[in-house]
Design a protein around this ligand. Structure first.
Ligand code: SF4
Length: 313
């Protein structure tokens, strides 16, 4: 039995960028850095960065603060030692009012919005202010969607289910775009349904190219191995999407978040175990799975050889 690490595994460029920004801020002396919500959809990486000094706060905690307060003081009650507090914006981006609020508080912002997401926000904004209704195929309540919708004065409509299509006005010119991490199949399916309902539509596929390429290569990898572990956070849409894609070609595919979730019964009578992850699964976490599995294989071998030695004696 052997373990194969997906050569394409590891985080995407947008996630790498925001993590590097966080690490740089954490390393700066006398500075406290806050991020609005989990920096990425991976509990283990969030935990690592929080332990290193990143402070995760919820956007809602800003809502109750009156502008007359100094946000810096509210965020850092131990302000004696901290001279500087900054807020990091995640790769998912934020609606314009978040930036406006932070500006009012005179708190410095480190913008980690992924350039690909930024492009989607600009596209939605441009069409919306040119008289279009904007339909975004993706997940209700996803942070990226909240950011994009904010760029359309909160009028864009999320299309996740068939019934969402009917929320669109059939007579208005409509831009159809996508959440960056949804599957091309889902986008095509919903675009067709919108086409049947709305007369005048412009379709712009805004799915992230790295997600598409990764999905294609992952299919090949999933076919090559007997059993596949798709490592990623429970809240990660991209992990769920990749896991479903893997299941379609390899029914022995499992979504796992920590090595403790591995059930060795999955590997019974099988030869190769593949380990892969989503755009938000860091390489160190994939390697942790590989090390755990290799250790287990080694222990299994020594148990078997001890048993055969007993039988022979
Ligand atoms: S998946 Fe694509 S859009 Fe999302 S953060 Fe990564 S690079 Fe950016």
């Amino acid at each position: 039995m052997k373990v194969i690490l997906d050569p394409q595994g590891g985080i995407c460029g947008g996630v790498r960028r925001v993590i590097e920004l966080a690490e740089k801020e954490i390393a700066t002396k006398n500075r406290k850095v806050f991020v609005l919500g989990d920096i990425i959809h991976n509990e283990r990486e969030v935990d690592r960065l929080n332990k290193a000094g990143l402070n995760t706060i919820h956007i809602k905690s800003l809502e109750n603060i009156k502008p007359s307060f100094k946000l810096r003081q509210v965020l850092t009650p131990d302000a004696t030692a901290v001279q500087d507090a900054r807020i990091l914006i995640r790769a998912h981006g934020e609606p314009p009012e978040t930036f406006a609020k932070l500006k009012k508080f005179k708190i410095e912002v480190v913008d980690g919005t992924c350039p690909v997401v930024l492009k989607s926000q600009n596209l939605a904004q441009k069409y919306y202010y040119n008289g279009y209704q904007v339909a975004i195929v993706g997940k209700h309540g996803h942070p990226e969607m909240i950011g994009i919708i904010g760029h359309t004065n909160h009028d864009a409509i999320v299309i996740e289910y068939d019934e969402d299509v009917k929320k669109l006005s059939p007579d208005k010119p409509t831009l159809v775009m996508a959440q960056t991490t949804i599957s091309p199949e889902k986008f095509e399916e919903m675009s067709e349904k919108i086409k049947d309902w709305v007369g005048n539509i412009t379709i712009r596929c805004t799915i992230c190219e790295s997600v598409v390429k990764r999905g294609e290569k992952l299919h090949e990898f999933a076919k090559q191995v007997d059993v596949l572990l798709v490592v990623g956070g429970r809240k990660s849409s991209n992990t769920k999407m990749l896991h479903n894609a893997c299941l379609s070609v390899n029914p022995n595919s499992y979504h796992v978040a920590t090595p403790e979730e591995i059930d060795t019964i999955w590997f019974k009578d099988l030869e190769t175990i593949g380990v892969t992850g989503s755009a938000s699964t860091p390489l160190w976490l994939l390697q942790e799975f590989v090390d755990t599995l290799e250790l287990w294989i080694k222990e299994e071998k020594s148990v078997k050889s001890a048993q055969s030695a007993v039988r022979e004696s």
